[in-house]
Design a binder for this molecule. Structure first.
Ligand code: ADP
Length: 462
């Protein structure tokens, strides 16, 4: 006899929204669909022509095509997304990560159209989205930052003055930057002005905002971040830290928790600072405070006001479904857990299997996947929207699958990850992936002993 589960997972309770529209693609769109469906919420996924057969489109209750592959005409273009929400009766929009997720204008457009934006208030997003402003606000709130400029640097005279005070090496960053773009490290005085000009022009063309600021560059640092959840009733909880120090081109490749070889005192301090910072801007939703840690020194770098790629690491340790919490917070519910209720168990690590060529500067190498057999077994979670026969589009980021391994301790988590990556069969025409490079990192004694820093993969600098 077969039985069909027709009721929402929360029996007896009306879901917080009838329908949520997912304004994103790839693995995160599928991830959001999954939590919503478990909550008894109908899901609508929007998609571009490149994604018409995506796993998120197939899994959603409804899918609406919004435009061609080019992001500016689809995932970055609000009008057809809002139209799709209205046409399908959605009450809320989940923006995922990237694309419109940190765009306060989009959050306002949603509100004007009677849609709940699943994310922080536009005012908080606006303050945090500008990295230079965020730095200023957090300094005033008492968070430590690296020596640098308080306001963006507009001309060469100001640049040279500020650089003389800060010293070398320093980093030039686009105020509107993100995703490792719009940043340049200056190690040589001769590079200062040319890199200032080139970063400004990249910032103008990629982010439509040429403002840049500078701060001291820390060599051999660790990137440690804190996941927070905040509701609309003033409750803020720090769920734990993630170490994201394995990077290429200032972009994360491996993330793990707990942060190995970082003292509990530092981790506690980072959690306190993240909660303090969140309260300062009236933050609501899920968010991440990012810090650099070098020895005993801590420096705040930025806040990401959205769900992050590496959120499963925290989910594996705490058992909290972060997407579900985002939805509940947006619906006005109080956080279901207090700081003292947060439990963290074991160790988790995430590896990003990207369609990139590790032997050639990690340049994207998308194409059609001919073989795709993800790993499984105890303690393994794979978040992906790929499958054999799927053509990885060249228009979007190169992430194909996130492999997350959980175990009672770090050593076993690494062994499990190694096993999982080995088991992962992934190949395709012209496709190259980071799979083997990830295995080599996991096996490297420097990483195994947690002596790595953000310069581990690119010791000469990105
Ligand atoms: P994005 O918003 O583009 O992700 P971030 O400001 O978060 O940029 O920085 C990304 C990465 O760049 C950090 O994790 C770190 O590795 C490096 N980085 C940024 N600022 C500094 C700095 N002042 N010193 C050393 N490394 C830095």
């Amino acid at each position: 006899m077969t039985s069909v589960l027709v009721e929402p997972a929360e029996r007896g309770q009306r879901p917080v929204f009838d329908t949520v529209l997912v304004a994103n693609r790839g693995e995160i769109a599928l991830r959001v669909v999954r939590s919503c469906q478990e909550m008894g919420i109908r899901t609508v996924v929007v998609y571009s022509t490149a994604d018409s057969r995506s796993a998120a489109v197939l899994a959603a209750d409804e899918a609406v095509r919004i435009g061609p592959a080019a992001p500016r005409q689809s995932y970055l273009y609000a009008p057809p997304i809002i139209e799709a929400a209205r046409a399908t009766g959605a009450q809320a929009v989940h923006p995922g990560y990237g694309f419109l997720s940190e765009d306060p204008d989009f959050a306002e457009i949603c509100a004007r159209n009677g849609l709940v934006f699943i994310g922080p208030e536009p005012s908080a997003m606006r303050q945090l989205g500008d990295k230079s402003t965020a730095r200023k606000i957090m300094t005033d709130a008492g968070l430590p930052v690296l020596p640098g400029t308080i306001d963006p640097v507009g001309n060469v005279g100001d640049l040279v003055n500020a650089a003389n005070k800060i010293g070398l090496p320093l980093i030039i960053k686009a105020a509107a930057g993100g995703g490792g773009n719009g940043m340049a490290v200056v190690r040589d005085w001769a590079d200062l002005v040319p890199k200032f000009r080139s970063t400004r022009s990249v910032a103008r063309s990629v982010f439509g905002d040429e403002r840049v600021y500078i701060e001291r560059y820390l060599e051999n640092t660790r990137h440690i971040e804190v996941q927070i959840l905040a509701d609309q009733h003033g409750n803020v909880v720090a769920l734990g830290e993630r170490d994201c120090s394995v990077q290429r081109r200032h972009q994360k490749l491996i993330e793990e928790s707990p942060a190995a070889r970082i003292s509990p005192e530092i981790v506690d301090r980072l959690r306190e600072l993240a909660v303090l910072g969140a309260r300062e801007v009236g933050y609501t939703g899920a968010g991440t405070f990012e810090f650099l840690v070098q020895g005993e020194e801590i420096a705040f770098i930025e806040v990401n006001s959205r769900i992050q790629v590496e959120h499963p690491v925290t989910e594996m340790l705490t058992g909290v479904d972060l997407v579900r919490e985002q939805v509940l917070i947006a619906a006005g519910r109080e956080l279901s857990l207090r700081q003292q209720d947060v439990r963290s168990n074991g160790a988790a690590i995430e590896c990003r299997v990207n369609a990139e060529d590790p032997d050639n500067g990690f340049v994207p190498r998308p194409g059609e996947l001919l073989e795709f057999l993800p790993p499984g077994g105890p303690g393994i979670r794979v978040d992906t929207s790929a499958y054999a026969g799927w053509r990885i589009p060249a228009e979007y980021d190169s992430l194909v699958a996130k492999v997350i391994a959980w175990a009672p301790d770090r050593e076993r988590a690494l062994a499990r990850m190694n096993r999982a990556l080995r088991e992962f069969r992934i190949s395709g025409e012209r496709v190259r992936t980071t799979r083997d490079a990830l295995r080599a990192i996991i096996a490297d004694p420097v990483f195994q002993e947690a002596r790595h820093t953000t310069s581990f993969l690119e010791p000469q600098g990105p």
